[in-house]
Design a protein around this ligand. Structure first.
Ligand code: SF4
Length: 340
């Protein structure tokens, strides 16, 4: 089966200063694959500084990797030109955190939706353009008559974020990079926007990379999860297994800090008390915060496959076999058990 997207040992390093230049590794040796015929929702989770936004920028082709390759439908995205580049820009869409940022206060919703239709020549007439707008708005649960002709200030944050999703959907994308799409939306509207994204995957065959710091929303929307810390993968696997039974001390720390809505719902009985924040450039990146750190952790741990669909980069699991980074995607489910 052909690959939609393939990351091959992708790293990104930023350098600062001309003399005594300092480099910061934002992302380190990430390998991932999404299949063309198996649309899925994969979460990339982590705190700020984990590298998740750098990953989004790389996937959208906004910045090039320092090493490694990003292959989209068989082509390295840094080499795309002309028609191929345009096709990539149409097929890989983004929804960002701020539902207000893409709106010009002087233009109506119609204008926002018309621009991509014109830019990518999606309609031959005004009537066809209007039909496409209606279709996209209905697909995200909006009634065209409620939003067309309106200015941004006349819409709620939830309506604006759905219009952003509709704008992406107009282009019939194959891949949507959703970077914290509900973090600035009222809690009451989050579930409906997540449901909209899930419908895109299920009904329109769009694969979604859902980038978030919020494991609660990740749990509700995704099939698989990758937990990043300081640019490296700490844990990955089936979202249900990773969140209900985290195996990496960092994931356990994240899970233990989730404010679950029901008081009797507790994931992770042994709360991890993290040591003071800080990073380590050698060995396990979590070493300076990890209460279980040991001498061995001064060298970089490989990913250990703990269960068929769960792996963690931690020496506490060294009794399991290690897996090569490029085989990680083999254990990431594309469907939930109900869909399988
Ligand atoms: Fe902690 Fe060592 Fe595991 Fe890193 S490898 S998470 S420092 S126990």
């Amino acid at each position: 089966m052909a690959n939609l997207l393939e990351l091959r040992h992708v790293s990104k390093t930023y350098s600062r200063g001309l003399i005594n230049a300092k480099s910061t590794v934002a992302l380190q040796d990430i390998s991932l694959t999404l299949k063309e015929d198996e649309p899925t929702i994969m979460t990339v989770a982590g705190e700020s500084g984990s590298g998740k936004t750098t990953l989004a920028m790389l996937l959208l082709g906004f910045i090039p990797p320092s090493t490694g390759q990003i292959i989209y439908r068989g082509r390295d995205i840094t080499t795309l030109k002309g028609e191929d580049r345009l096709a990539f820009r149409r097929e890989v869409q983004a929804v960002f955190q701020d539902p207000f940022a893409v709106f010009n206060p002087f233009y109506t919703v119609d204008h926002l939706l018309t621009v991509p239709i014109k830019q990518f020549k999606l309609a031959k007439s005004g009537a066809e353009a209007r039909a496409k707008m209606d279709e996209a708005l209905k697909a995200v649960g909006l009634r065209p008559e409620d939003v067309l002709g309106r200015f941004p200030h006349q819409l709620s944050g939830g309506q604006r974020q759905r219009i952003n999703v509709a704008r992406a959907l107009l282009l019939k994308p194959r891949l949507l990079i959703a970077d914290e799409p509900v973090s600035m939306v009222d809690a009451s509207l989050r579930a409906s926007i997540l449901e909209t994204l899930r419908n895109l995957q299920r009904d329109h065959g769009v694969s979604i990379i859902y980038i978030t710091h919020d494991l609660t929303t990740a749990y509700h929307i995704a099939k698989s999860i990758i937990v990043l810390y300081r640019g490296g993968i700490m844990e990955a696997g089936d979202v249900d297994q990773v969140i209900k039974s985290p195996q990496h001390p960092y994931t356990r720390l994240l899970v233990d800090s989730i404010p679950w809505p029901t008081l009797d719902q507790r994931w992770g009985s042994d709360t991890i008390k993290a040591r003071e924040a800080g990073g380590s450039s050698v060995g396990c990146p979590f070493r300076t915060r990890c209460p279980m750190a040991m001498e061995q952790c001064k060298t970089q741990p490989p990913l250990y496959q703990i269960k068929p669909k769960q792996a963690a980069a931690c020496y506490l699991h060294a009794e399991h076999s290690s897996i090569a980074a490029e085989r990680l995607s083999d254990l990431l489910p594309v469907k939930s058990e109900l869909e399988a």
